[in-house]
Design a binder for this molecule. Sequence first.
Ligand SMILES: [Zn+2]
Length: 94
Amino acid sequence: MIESYIKHLESNHNLVIHSEENWTVDCGICGENINMGDMVFSLDHIIPASKGGTDTPENMSITHPECNQVKSDLSLEELVEKMKLIVSYQESKL
Ligand SMILES: [Zn+2]
């Protein structure tokens, strides 16, 4: 399980090993760097568990906690549509 998860990380995140304790991955939602040495990250179900997504490595993504909170139980497509609405509405108020 751990080996398949590491393979998944290497293929789905920009995994950079700086040293044994200091390695980074790109957040699966926003793409910004996460310093894994800080141990502040969240695991996102790419297809939400509430919509039948599984706990397999292929369906899990490392994210910032705040990004995962925003995504909630939306699919990535639903998140994009929601963000478009939010951006459009907020820009209309500027
Ligand atoms: Zn993020």
